[in-house]
Ligand binder design. Structure first.
Ligand code: PLP
Length: 387
């Protein structure tokens, strides 16, 4: 059976060029980057070359890039150190954040007594920046704002430049989880004055186990993991050289093909919206995800007009991988915080969320297979109800 993969926001397949670059490093440049002899120093030079690549993409200094094992680690490191080392007393966030930001912030409230304040999204998943400004205006507490760039469930984009400007105006620190946008959108942090950001290589056809934290110079952030001087003392432990090379290669290719891939995926998404709307009357698209130019082009959040908590499983049985758009680590489809925040009680009761996410490898035939299979499953459900 030909597989259809529509869960690229969860992870992406590696590009061949990335695999080749990583294999070369594993075979040839196996030295420990902390060793002073030449094979070690070669590995060190390779890391620095890739740090420069990342820094160039973000328009920042290479010293501001700290390689980590993943986006989760980068987000943990930044938020925890803001509280533990920079005296943050209040975190302003939203219920739309990824679990690794949400749970880290929650932990800071419970273990460190930090005040935790949530912005309230509307039914489209938009955040009110006037609410943010009034919160920033009306407290003297040292504040960290943590609001993601693109939402991983509904594709809403936040104007991070505006948020960064507001934070600067009121002397708050700003961290943005940019895991879904690094490698997909141009990002210029010489213009966008945020303090911290995060990245995960496996979201743009790089390897799992490699990511980075962007940490603005002189921020005073300390590492989570101690016991070595690697990454300027901010991330102890022998570096994942092949992973860093994979990240660098994947980013290089992502940047090179960004324009064509953006247009390609925008068309795929528009086709999915058209087909689903035509063949499944009553379908709804969550947040801003169906709005071209107003959402991250890689992702479409669908609300199927019928209830079927097993839909992900049933699609999988027919060779189609999608996410149910809900945080269901246990396998039980429970609505995520994002869905709980934007859907009505009636929608939560009678509909089924489905997250489709695309890559340059997705085809219109994949969308056709998905739509046909959804119709088949819906027909089966109706037949069962009539028995
Ligand atoms: N932040 C967002 C928005 C994500 O979508 C993800 C992964 O799904 C993460 C953070 C975590 O990244 P990683 O898988 O590298 O830990």
């Amino acid at each position: 059976m030909n597989r259809v993969y529509l869960d690229n926001a969860a992870t992406t397949p590696l590009r061949e060029e990335v695999i080749a670059a990583m294999v070369e490093v594993m075979k040839v440049h196996y030295g420990n980057p902390s060793s002073t002899y030449s094979i070690g120093q070669e590995a060190k030079a390779i890391i620095e070359e890739n740090r420069r690549k990342v820094a160039q993409y973000l328009q920042v200094s290479p010293a501001e890039i700290i390689f980590t094992s993943c986006g989760t680690e980068a987000n943990n490191m930044i938020i925890k150190s803001c509280v533990n080392n920079l005296g943050i007393e209040r975190i302003i966030t939203s219920p739309l954040e990824h679990k690794c930001v949400a749970e880290t912030s929650f932990e800071m409230k419970h273990t460190r007594g930090v005040e935790l304040v949530y912005l309230k999204p509307n039914q489209k998943g938009d955040l009110d920046l006037n609410q943010l400004e009034s919160l920033l205006q009306n407290s003297k507490k040292k504040t960290l704002v943590t609001l993601m760039h693109a939402n991983n469930e509904i594709a809403n984009l936040l104007d991070i430049e505006k948020v960064a400007t507001l934070c600067k105006q009121y002397q708050a620190l700003y961290h943005s989880d940019t895991v879904q946008t690094v490698g997909h959108l141009p990002l210029d942090f010489s213009r966008i004055k945020l303090d911290f950001a995060s990245c995960s290589a496996h979201k743009f056809h790089g390897p799992k186990g490699a990511g980075f934290a962007f940490v603005r110079k002189f921020s005073g952030i300390k590492g989570l993991i101690v016991g070595g001087a690697q990454e300027r003392g901010l991330r102890a432990g022998t570096e994942n050289v092949s992973g860093i090379v994979g990240l660098g290669k994947a980013l290089e290719l992502a940047v090179e093909h960004m324009q064509e891939n953006t247009h390609y995926m925008e068309d795929i998404k528009a086709y999915a919206v058209e087909q689903l709307s035509q063949k499944l009357p009553g379908v709804i698209f969550n947040g801003r995800s169906a709005e071209r130019g107003n959402s991250l082009y890689t992702l479409l959040s669908v609300l199927l007009p019928f209830k079927n908590p097993l839909i992900g499983f049933q699609l999988d049985m027919r060779g189609i991988a999608v996410s149910q758009g809900s945080a269901c680590s246990s396998g039980a489809a429970k609505p995520s915080m994002v869905m709980l925040s934007i859907l009505t009680d009636d929608q939560l009761e009678n509909t089924t969320p489905l997250r489709l996410s695309f890559s340059h490898m997705t085809t219109k035939q994949d969308i056709d297979r998905l739509v046909e299979t959804l119709l088949e499953i819906k027909e089966m459900d109706i037949e069962k109800m009539n028995v």
